[in-house]
Design a protein around this ligand. Structure first.
Ligand SMILES: C[S@@+](CC[C@H](N)C(=O)[O-])C[C@H]1O[C@@H](n2cnc3c(N)ncnc32)[C@H](O)[C@@H]1O
Length: 478
């Protein structure tokens, strides 16, 4: 092993690319750069890695450009029928892990002088592989200089692709709501602190209630499911659809007051059917929100849920619900990579056939390279159909959505430490999603019994003790 660097020319066929390299490359741009400026930044071969620790993208681009019939670029030459490329040798790492850590630093350190967050830096990488590699390096005590343990923890929470298991959750004991209300002595007007979250028992159309629970925070996302018109009169009343708009106008005021200007409002609501036809009040509501109240209607999600079998009279069982996605402006911030998932059907970004019309390019990763040995894993963005069928209602609990539903929107529309507002938190599902994803929930619920259910659910999930907060901000219980 040499402590000095040396540049040697080797046949391009002997280039050894690092097969675990999780770096994303824009091969097209690299090709353009090489043929404009020359191949004058030689890759480095590391003996411990037994491959190039940097220069993999440039080498891939060089091979791709030549395979596409381009002439030999400056910096390379032909000898005895072989195309020769420059490679730097020497100063090998002490171990394979150390070589991998250097390879990561070699890219990341150029970003650290700027104002980039770890999450943004991680976008240079195929994220799941990057995080898996960092975990391996942490175990080997070889974390790169550019990533510390806290960064890795945050990345593990934020960057990993959609996980089928949405995290810890204790049972929402809706059937014991009244007992729990007595146990926690919940009353209207109380503000509770649950770790990083706040839950107030009150009416979300009351500006003072909203102000107290937000305490100066702005929400990145409001995700909520309000009581539907004419539904569940026993559990929490039921507004007639003619009165719904007036009431919902006040709800919107509260939501607008709590949201950051870059934030989102995702509304889960489904109109009922009556006398053989579906009510149109939700459609009116959505139209008015856009036309009268100035919301930007970004899109509509279709949540596929387990339909509760009923008597088929003039319609079939309800097996989906819409989630309407609004924003205050087109400046909204979102993080779609946080909800990517594995997909066998996405053509491999740098695999055979990945060209400018491929799915890989449409997914934003295609480089247009044509080499069959450069295989990357298939990751796909979700569609606007969300298949989360384990809704609690199917198991007998009223109106609770499955943990995956708020978890999806929380990941997609907030970052680590971000704030979610749920003005109709019910049994506390969004609060648990925030707990698992290290976001902060600001929640309102008018029913003391449901507040108690949410308190118990959070306590059972985390082992923590909810604290009752007085008007002057002191902890009076817990
Ligand atoms: C459809 S449920 C929400 C269920 C919730 N997503 C869950 O996972 O349990 C609507 C909730 O809003 C509550 N609610 C109704 N009117 C309210 C108001 N004005 N302010 C706050 N909460 C209200 C109801 O008590 C009910 O728990």
């Amino acid at each position: 092993m040499s402590d000095r660097l040396e540049i040697r020319y080797i046949p391009i066929t002997q280039a050894v690319l690092w097969d675990r390299n999780p770096k994303e490359h824009d091969i097209g741009k690299l090709v353009t750069s090489i043929w404009r400026h020359g191949f004058k930044d030689p890759p480095h071969y590391d003996g411990a890695l037994e491959a190039f620790d940097y220069g993999n993208g440039r080498t891939t681009a060089l091979i791709a450009g030549l395979a596409a019939g381009r002439h030999i670029p400056k910096g390379c030459f032909e000898s005895d029928g072989e195309i020769m490329m420059p490679v730097t040798f020497g100063v090998d790492a002490d171990s394979k892990a150390a070589a991998e850590a250097f390879a990561i630093d070699h890219n990341n350190l150029t970003m650290l002088g700027g104002d980039f967050m770890q999450y943004e830096i991680s976008k240079m990488w195929v994220e799941e592989e990057y995080v898996a590699m960092l975990k391996g390096l942490a175990d080997a005590d070889e974390l790169p200089v550019s990533v510390d343990g806290d960064d890795l923890d945050a990345l593990l929470r934020d960057v990993m692709v959609e996980d089928e298991t949405p995290g810890e959750d204790a049972e929402a004991k809706v059937d014991q709501a009244e007992e729990l209300r007595k146990k926690w002595q919940v009353e209207l007007g109380q503000l509770w602190e649950l770790g990083e979250h706040r839950l107030i028992c009150g009416d979300c159309t009351d500006a003072a209630v909203v102000e107290r629970v937000m305490a100066g925070d702005s929400a990145n996302l409001c995700f909520t499911s309000p009581p539907y018109s004419e539904q569940r009169k026993k559990q929490y009343g039921g507004l007639h659809e003619d009165d719904y708009w007036t009431w919902f106008d006040m709800v919107q005021d509260s939501i607008k007051g709590a949201l950051d200007v870059t934030g989102h409002f995702v509304l889960n609501i489904k109109p009922h059917t009556r006398m053989g036809q579906r009510s149109l009040y939700v459609f009116d509501l959505v139209l008015s929100m856009v036309r009268k109240r100035g919301w930007r209607f970004v899109d509509e999600f279709c949540w596929l849920r387990t339909g509760v079998p009923g008597q088929v009279i003039k319609s079939f069982k309800n097996a989906f619900e819409p989630c309407y996605w609004f924003a205050l402006s087109d400046e909204f911030l979102w993080y779609p990579r946080q909800v990517m998932h594995h997909s066998e059907s996405v053509p491999l970004p740098l695999g055979p056939g990945a060209g400018s019309n491929s799915w890989a390019d449409r997914q934003g990763q295609g480089g247009g390279a044509i080499l069959s040995n450069l295989i990357m894993p298939g990751l796909a963005y979700p569609s606007n159909v969300l298949d989360f069928k384990n809704n609690a209602e199917a198991l007998g609990h009223p109106a609770a959505f499955p943990l995956q539903l708020p978890s999806f929107f929380v990941k997609c529309m907030t970052q680590d430490g971000g704030v979610l507002f749920d003005p109709f938190v019910g049994s506390g599902t969004t609060l648990i999603a925030c707990e698992n994803l290290s976001r902060r929930c600001r929640a309102i619920e008018i029913s003391p019994a449901y507040v108690a259910v949410a308190l118990q659910r959070w306590a059972d999930t985390t082992g923590g003790t909810p604290k009752l907060i007085s008007n002057n901000g002191e902890v009076t219980r817990g």
